[in-house]
Ligand binder design. Structure first.
Ligand code: PXP
Length: 239
């Protein structure tokens, strides 16, 4: 299993003082040096963390893979087509939310999303759809030609009782299998961290996880390079 790092919260910290530090681009390079296979950033409509300048510079500096997380709105699509990340991950976005709250409703907006995917493909940009772990969402994703899906692991991460955790994990496992059966690339992410990654890392159908908050938090105490290396070890341990 591979690890991609979401660096949004380096930008959150920078923006708290309105200056230049810490620079998410510098953070991205440290993550790559530590073994991350990709850098993820979310250019939100309100630019609360990552800014346009970050995305442009990341495109120039990131040598592994740049994954631009984004809402499928005309403005951000224009920017993405211009910047040409290696991959875009389409997510739903609400202004009031603290972080992405749920998966995309692919079933309910198949036609629109198909057009968006076609646009990206015509610019040779791969597409991933961030979806809740349900088969209908995967069927719809496959139908409209996505390259991969990212399974929303938020409910698993937030489950409190061991029973609920087990149930959520089963859903993730079964949908990951289904994704592979459909021939899709299968990623996972949201709310994953040092204490809950192992059971997810053991699911062999998941190709890659995307982790942000937990690693940036850990980095504050042990440094970014070590925080990334520790997570890579956990992600690989079960294979
Ligand atoms: N994947 C997606 C689609 C997300 O929206 C986020 C949060 O930005 C993440 C992964 C990373 O989540 P976390 O910061 O909780 O690790």
């Amino acid at each position: 299993m591979r690890l991609a790092i979401n660096i949004d919260h380096i930008a959150t910290l920078r923006n708290a003082r309105g200056g230049h530090d810490p620079d998410p681009v510098e953070a991205a390079l440290i993550c790559e040096k530590a073994g991350a296979v990709g850098i993820v950033c979310h250019l939100r409509e309100d630019r609360r963390h990552i800014k346009d300048r970050d995305v442009q510079l990341l495109r120039k500096k990131v040598e592994s893979k740049l994954d631009l997380e984004m809402a499928a709105t005309p403005e951000i699509i224009r920017i993405a087509v211009d910047v040409k990340p290696d991959l875009v991950t389409l997510v739903p976005e609400k202004r009031q939310e603290l972080t992405t709250e749920g998966g995309l409703d692919v079933v309910g907006q198949k036609e629109y999303l198909k057009g968006v995917i076609d646009t990206f493909h015509s610019h040779r940009i791969q597409v991933s759809l961030f979806v809740d772990p349900t088969e209908p969402q995967l069927d719809a994703s496959k139908d409209i030609g996505t390259d991969m899906i990212e399974i929303h692991t938020g409910e698993y991460a937030e489950a409190v009782s061991p029973r609920d955790k087990r149930t959520q994990l089963k859903r993730i496992k079964s949908v990951a299998k289904y994704g592979k059966f459909l021939g899709l690339g299968v990623n996972a992410g949201h709310g994953l961290g040092y204490s809950n990654i192992k059971p997810v890392a053991a699911i062999k159908e998941i190709d890659e996880v995307s982790i942000g908050h937990a690693i940036i938090v850990r980095a504050m105490f042990v440094g970014l390079e070590r925080a990334v290396k520790e997570m890579i070890k956990l992600v690989k341990e079960k294979r």
